[in-house]
Every structure is written in structure tokens, then in C-alpha cells.
Design a protein around this ligand. Sequence first.
Ligand code: C2E
Ligand code: CA
Ligand code: CA
Ligand code: CA
Length: 279
Amino acid sequence: AKEQGRNTYQFYTEGMQEREVRRLELDHDLSEALARNQFELYFQPQLDLVTSRACSVEALIRWNHPQRGLVPPVEFIPLAEESGRITEIGRWVIRAACQQIRKWRGTPLENMRIAINLSGRELGEADLTDYLARCFREFSVEPQQLEIELTEQTFIENVEHNHQQMRRISDLGVHLAIDDFGVGYSSLGYLRDFTVDLLKIDRSFITDVAERHDDAVITRAVINLAHNLGIRVVAEGVETEQQLLFLKQHHCDMAQGYYMSRPVPAGDLPAVIARGLLP
Ligand code: C2E
Ligand code: CA
Ligand code: CA
Ligand code: CA
């Protein structure tokens, strides 16, 4: 039994070591990916429920891996956050989004806003606002054309520092959105304390919103709460006409999800927008 215990322990350490090796490999691959320009932004339109037109798009990162193909963010963003590599990736995202806004100038996508995702770790970087301002200048982008999505955790971690950073970003003219609203911590105080322009209701409330009474009640309450605070609301993960009708009926401002469009490469976006987001 003693021997077995030892083997188990050794097996366990081997497992840990293997995992550590894989982590290091992935981190090395991520730095290569940055150097070789293997990242790409996909864009998912957000439908304005009043005008029935696309007013903005969310930028979602993809990794074109030479061997593994298109790698989704869940497979590398969490590790990049742990290793700190997320800072460089985030900077790449900010720059690519600004570059894209400039490319759209003089085309039908001229007034499209881009929402990017930033992790708490990126918000922690002292020179983030300088970097944003530099990119705006380089690509002559109006700060109002960029939105930054932050998850609820960001509003309750490092409160003082994050609060200051958000104020500085907001002072630049960049809009802030709370991502995945409703699945994090339940403190609502930050809605009062922070300058928030948009709130994104998490997909988990939307999935059954047209069938389940409790999801409907929560979604309606969140829309009313936000509106009474002067915050606009986006519903995430809209996949059916029934969900969309419910959201329209209850005065949700915007909807995003596969029912309108999946995230697409920049080259496909003009056609998606031109054909309209509704059948
Ligand atoms: P998120 O910010 O909540 O993004 C929404 C995710 O839901 C996206 O997954 C999107 O493709 C997916 N989605 C959109 N509509 C629907 C729908 O109708 N049904 C379903 N089932 N899913 C839908 P994706 O692109 O795989 O991104 C996953 C997460 O990775 C994002 O969640 C975000 O947290 C993170 N992420 C993506 N891009 C970036 C980035 O550039 N920087 C950072 N820090 N995180 C990113
Ligand atoms: Ca998001
Ligand atoms: Ca989300
Ligand atoms: Ca999410």
C-alpha cells in the first residue's frame, strides 16, 4: 500500500510537470503567434432593436495556428491571463480594432463601433490609457467608436485602482460595458459608483427567456434597473425569433447572437451587414 501511495504521488507530480511543460509550450506559442501575426479579430454584429440595424460589433479574437487550425479564445485566453501574456495580446487587439475602424472609413461600415474585451489584468496596466490614446491618434479614431467590455469581477477586484482606470478610460470618451452581467457577484453597488454605459445580460438568462418565467422576470428586472440608471442593455446569445421578440417587447436596446449572425472575419462583415441582420 505504501508503494502504491508513492507511485500515486509520483504519477501526480508527473502530471503536474506535464501540465507545466504544456503551459510553457503554449506560452511560447503565444509569443510566436504575436510575432508571426497569427491572431485575427472576428466580428459579431449587435442589432439595435429600435432601428433594426447593426450599430456596433463585438471583436472576438481567434488564433490561426499553423498546425491546430482556428483556436478559440477559451483555449488560450485563461492561460494568457495567468502568464501575463494577455497584456501583449490585449494591446494587439486594441491596435487591430483601431486599424479596422480606420479601414472602414468611407465605406458603409463607417459609423460602426467596435467593442473589445479586456481582462482585469489588462486594466491593471498603468499605461493602458496612454496606449489607447496613442492608437486613437495613430489611426485618427474617435474614442467614441471604441467600447470596452469588462466582466463584473473587474468591478469588485482592486476596486480603487480599477475605478480610477475606468474613470480615465471614460474621460477619454471610450464607452464601458459590463460583460456577462448576472453571473458574477451580486453586489450592485458598483452600478452606482462606476461610469457604465452598457450592460450585457449573460446568455444563460436569455436561452430560456421566452419559456421560463424566472428567466423572464430576471431579464425584465435587469432591463428596468439599467434603464432607470441611464444604462443601455444588450442581450447576449440570442438564437431564436422568440427570444428576440421578447427582448423587443421589453425594451431591451440591443441584441447579439447567432440568430442575427455568428462572429465573422472582417472581410465577410460588409456582406452580412448589407443583407440585414433579420430574415
Ligand atoms: P464573451 O465576451 O462573453 O463573448 C461571447 C461569446 O459567445 C463568443 O465566444 C461568441 O462567439 C459566443 N456567442 C455569440 N453569440 C452566441 C449565441 O447566440 N450562442 C452561443 N452559444 N454563443 C454565442 P468566443 O468568441 O469563443 O469567445 C469566448 C470568450 O473569450 C469571450 O466571451 C471573452 O470572454 C473571451 N475573449 C474573446 N476575445 C477576447 C479578446 O480579444 N480579449 C480577451 N481578453 N478576451 C476575449
Ligand atoms: Ca464580451
Ligand atoms: Ca459576454
Ligand atoms: Ca463570457
